[in-house]
Write a protein that binds this ligand. Structure first.
Ligand code: EPZ
Length: 423
């Protein structure tokens, strides 16, 4: 397994390009199953999760061609030869559950392995199943698989009332509803930019959708969808992650392709902490206003609230902020695993359930640490970039799931960082 070696260095300066959004691409790709015509995605990120989703779609009989070094995905699911998503692929990536809705809508049935939990929580899929049952599907859970079946005449439009906001369940429901007969209303829908991007792509394919980005989405089912070409929206989590690099290290960095509306609540928090974010021709420029940032409190919420996927990175910043910060993780039940690793670097963190109290120190000290999940891994790199001495982050396969070329991107702005190929 590889490690990343990072040595605390001076201020950063330069530009970092932001890629297409992993979490948009992972729902746009299964959308190809909804049509027998080709769907092409541009601005796709080059990540292991995208390769896993490509393998899953191919196992169902879809064709997926990765062009232009992975930035373009040309897909076609003219012949779906297999309606079973096997455990050995699904267990590698929970987003595999997003083939369930499209397969039900297109082929009337599907067998999808239950994804199982992951490091940050149990990650149930009950809301996905209830949403599809509201469209007439029958769900039978046995031998670790969801055996799903649509009514003989196909899915029927219905009212889906989510008791809590779920990004994935909203995506499954939205995709399935595009081919359900009649009208579907999705209430308490997720409002993330990735949902908006999915709706825009589905509309290009001929879907009739209104209200995406709001809490209520209405879909008029159509008989079939046609092909399209769609550009994947910018990755707001990669954007937010790299925005913190000049904040933690000093200097000024321009994030190419960054859009303010993707990270507004995050920017408000950074402003409170003493960080200046300005819009430029090419994206967003970020720098500390003066010296050490101030501690701020954070509560993670569904969009447009503070993103849970930026909580670990924000904690790394708060470890060297002036004062005490209280971070509340309200989306996932176990998303503070980066805290003990940051404490090995001298951070002062007290975790009680879903709340972490961080008392900033002048400077962290480099240490060997271990990545536990995707966003934790990058928070340790951010911390190491400003720490005294050397930090070695092991198990960086987590990192490769969500960040392309992290060493190149950070080196280009002056970070001392390299990838070590462990035996
Ligand atoms: C998506 O996961 C993202 N993944 C996650 O990003 C992100 O953290 C999360 O949304 C929240 O924004 C992708 O888009 C591929 P949820 P998802 O359903 O859809 C509970 C990353 O780092 N829940 O919105 O799985 C669930 O346990 C990843 O890129 C149910 O109870 O998240 C959680 O507590 C990590 N039943 C809450 O809802 C369900 O059926 C929100 O989960 C589904 C979810």
């Amino acid at each position: 397994m590889d490690s990343i070696l990072v040595t605390g260095n001076g201020p950063l300066n330069g530009q970092i390009p932001i890629a297409g959004a992993k979490n948009a691409c992972l729902t746009l790709m299964p959308a190809t199953l909804l049509s027998d015509e080709p769907l092409t995605l541009t601005n796709a990120p080059r990540l292991s999760d995208i390769r896993t989703m490509s393998d899953l779609l191919r196992s169902l009989g879809a064709e997926v061609s990765s062009l232009q070094h992975g930035k373009v995905l040309a897909m076609s699911s003219h012949d779906l030869s297999n309606l079973r998503a096997d455990y050995d692929i699904v267990r590698k990536m929970r987003a595999s559950i997003l083939v369930l809705g499209p397969l039900l809508a297109r082929a009337g049935q599907a067998e999808v392995s239950l994804p199982g939990g992951c490091a940050i929580g149990a990650r149930p899929v009950d809301l996905h199943l209830r949403a599809l049952e509201a469209l007439g599907a029958e769900m039978d859970l046995r031998d670790g698989y969801v055996h799903a079946k649509a009514p003989a005449g196909g899915l029927r439009g219905g009212v889906i009332d989510f008791p809590l906001v779920s990004v994935g369940a909203t995506e499954n429901a939205l995709m399935a509803a595009t081919l359900a007969k009649g009208t579907t209303v999705i209430r308490n829908a997720a409002r993330e930019p990735e949902i908006v991007d999915l709706a825009r792509c589905l509309r290009k394919m001929g879907a009739q959708i209104e209200g995406e980005g709001e809490a209520e989405i209405t879909v008029e089912g159509v008989d079939r969808l046609h092909g399209a070409t769609h550009q994947v929206v910018t990755d707001r989590i990669e954007l937010g992650t790299y925005m913190l690099a000049p904040v933690i290290c000093g200097g000024e960095v321009e994030l190419l392709g960054g859009q303010m509306e993707l990270v507004r609540s995050f920017v408000e928090k950074l402003d409170e902490a003493g960080v200046e974010v300005s819009e430029s021709e090419a994206g967003l420029k970020v720098r500390r206003r003066n010296g050490r940032v101030r501690a701020v409190d954070v509560v993670t919420e569904p969009f447009p609230g503070f993103p849970t996927d930026l909580q670990a990175q924000m904690m790394a910043l708060m470890c060297t902020a002036e004062g005490t910060s209280v971070l509340e993780e309200k989306i996932f039940e176990n998303r503070f695993m980066h805290a003990p690793e940051l404490m090995r670097m001298g951070a002062k963190i007290d975790v009680q359930g879903g709340t972490a109290r961080v008392t900033g120190v002048e400077r962290l000290r480099g240490a060997p640490v271990m990545a536990t999940d995707l966003r934790a891994s990058v928070s340790l790199i951010l911390a190491g970039m400003a720490a005294e001495g050397e930090t070695r982050v092991s198990r960086v396969y987590h990192l490769d799931r969500g960040y392309e070329n992290v060493v190149e991107k950070l080196s280009a702005v002056g970070a001392k960082i390299e990838r070590i190929h462990d035996q």
